[in-house]
Design a protein around this ligand. Structure first.
Ligand SMILES: [Zn+2]
Length: 69
């Protein structure tokens, strides 16, 4: 889940499967810059069935492993 406080430019990603969050001040707010920044931090940001899904590095790795098994 991605939430943005446009007044402060603070973008927060919350992992879909655990309480982990990723916060960046992106000013002016730009969703692409936020996604790029999160991916650089090994977050997984993917569009799935029309909605965006965000996973922290730990959960992204677990999901990847699940697919391989
Ligand atoms: Zn997670």
């Amino acid at each position: 889940m991605l939430t943005v406080d446009k007044a402060s430019g603070r973008a927060t990603l919350r992992c879909e499967s655990c309480p982990a969050t990723f916060t960046r001040i992106i000013e002016p707010f730009d969703v692409q810059a936020t996604v790029t920044s999160a991916r650089n931090d090994r977050w997984s940001v993917q569009r799935h069935a029309g909605t965006w899904q965000h996973y922290c590095p730990d959960c992204a790795q677990t999901r990847m492993r699940g697919k391989l098994l």
